[in-house]
Design a protein around this ligand. Sequence first.
Ligand code: SAM
Ligand code: SF4
Ligand code: SF4
Length: 345
Amino acid sequence: MKAISPNLEGSKDIRGRLLRDLRISVTDRCNFRCRYCMPREVFGEDYAFLPHEALLTFEEITRLARVFARLGVHKLRLTGGEPLLRRDLETLVQMLRGIPGIDDIAMTTNGSLLTEQRAKSLQKAGLTRISVSLDALNDDIFMTMNDVHFPASRVLTAISAAQAAGLTPVKVNMVVKRGINDSQVVPMAEHFRHSGQILRFIEYMDVGNSNGWCMDDVLPAEEILSTVHRQWPLQPLFPRTPGEVATRYAYVDGGGEIGVIASVTRPFCAGCTRARLTCEGQLYTCLFGNQGHNLRECLRRGDSDEQLYEFIAQIWGNRADRYSELRLAHTPNSQTKIEMSRIGG
Ligand code: SAM
Ligand code: SF4
Ligand code: SF4
């Protein structure tokens, strides 16, 4: 087999955006039923999740990650569904960390299965960072949102476990939905100030077709920031890396930093360097995509690394996605989009 040398200049799409990050969903299953992601009316008892053989194996994921690394990807993020439901995730992390060019392996989790021991074994395997999702401190609100009666205190324990294991700085993702958990913006900010953990407010997005999204439910970043700023003045920080999705702010009094991910009101498509791999091996070049590219088929019919490289390079080279910019311009979109639990956020 012919060896493929790395693409040192990186792969650019037709808008000049480099391919830098790959999000890998390892399962479409989840033990939560967050109203904004997997509402139980849609993801109920008889919902047909993928059978195990449909999922990419760890070997298949690693092989693809290697090809992506040659195309310029240096950061991987494991997600889902709930990634910690996939058995033996440490083995996958170990396999990924040996890939030349990959210098960051992160994970996003709801924290429900993240014990201290699990955090340590993931760190030992090579995980570098972790983001834990938590939408409220108040249990009534949090349980209404996760819809499985899961208490906030157990997610807080998971966050501490991640911190103790050195998966730092731990980021805490809070999706803000107007009228549902906006009352939690200040308590969450207060809790995570001075903790070393970075709270990130995420605007509620119209991902997939199941969550009944409407603009009135979105609490715009501007409102979130002014609410926090009134209590504890904030000042903007410069982005650490190009294409960073969260806009960062520091508390003027030294309480640490927060971020806002304002993909609805301040789209960042122009700097979007991310590809997404679903658990069954579909490649999407946008979170709001309606058409994936079947890499599993390429793998299972025996394509060589070179063929995979060419195929992915061509897909990225033709990429023109800018869904959030178009949404802001009120361009209607009635296409069927992939669900968040399958693409992984
Ligand atoms: N289950 C894991 C978790 O919840 O962290 C990982 C997968 S989840 C799909 C990834 C992230 O997407 C979470 O932080 C979640 O809060 C966020 N998310 C899900 N649906 C969303 C929506 N409609 N708008 C904004 N963020 C959303
Ligand atoms: Fe599960 Fe994460 Fe979706 Fe909530 S946001 S339902 S935890 S995948
Ligand atoms: Fe990237 Fe698509 Fe989100 Fe724009 S809408 S930032 S192209 S994922």
